[in-house]
Design a protein around this ligand. Structure first.
Ligand SMILES: [Fe+2]
Length: 241
């Protein structure tokens, strides 16, 4: 159910990457040839979250929706249609080697109120491999999680196997349903992984049976791409209120 695609515009991808890198290097006197995959040479795990939050704010001042439109939209249309909402903020993750503070155990985003009908766009800005990457469990093992919840149990402990970690090169990105169990572990590689993630959803798809207000249009999503036909029909609808 997941897809790895090529980001369609390297200049747009570079712009996102360079925004983060310049934010991280601001106020530092260091070799300008440093890359995101070497951030662990500059920061320790006590400070990386503050660095991440500063870069997150800089990133969200960009017109990132347009950069993602150029890079991803043509891959999303066949999956979700032409009328799309997108999460209001573009999220940033930094996984430095041996940093246990950034671990996100196996989970479904639906447990925190996300619609199972949304898709996650996950864009690594460094090569992602082995334990520096995210893991994604298949449908069979994700089903164990939902069966347990359905029968009133607690979330089962699901551990990733080595081949559950996704391998992507810079220039590729991942689309996956956040209902598949996913997460990350302590990065045991020697390189930092930096990645972006954002959720997209058709305006026509449902929320959870008990919708969570802060996971709905307005609070959580905004318009990303709305077709001319949809806007026309919304006008027609007003005539029949
Ligand atoms: Fe998640």
């Amino acid at each position: 159910m997941h897809k790895i695609q090529d980001f369609k515009c390297v200049q747009s991808l570079n712009r996102l990457r360079d925004c983060i890198l310049s934010s991280c290097l601001e106020d530092l006197e260091c070799d300008s040839s440093i890359s995101l995959s070497n951030l662990h040479y500059l920061f320790d795990s006590d400070h990386i979250n503050a660095i991440r939050l500063k870069a997150f704010h800089k990133l969200n001042q960009l017109n990132w929706e347009s950069l993602l439109s150029i890079g991803c939209l043509e891959d999303i249309f066949p999956l979700l249609g032409q009328d799309l909402l997108i999460q209001k903020k573009l999220n940033l993750s930094i996984q430095m080697p041996d940093d246990s503070t950034s671990v996100l155990p196996a989970h479904s985003d639906c447990s925190s109120g996300d619609s199972p009908f949304e898709l996650v766009i996950w864009i690594p800005l460094t090569d992602a491999y082995s334990t520096n990457s995210m893991f994604l469990l298949d449908e069979a093992r994700s089903t164990i999680f939902y069966e347990s919840i359905r029968h009133g149990g607690t979330s089962p402990l699901l551990s990733p196997a080595p081949n559950d970690f996704l391998e992507l090169k810079y220039g590729q990105y991942l689309i996956f349903p956040p209902s598949l169990i996913h997460g990350n572990v302590v990065n045991l590689t020697h390189t930092t992984r930096v990645s972006l993630n954002v959720r997209v959803k058709s305006v026509f798809s449902p929320y959870l049976p008990k919708p969570v207000p802060d996971r709905m249009y307005g609070a959580y999503y905004k318009e990303w791409h709305i077709s001319k036909l949809f806007r026309w029909n919304m006008g027609v609808m007003k005539s029949f209120v």
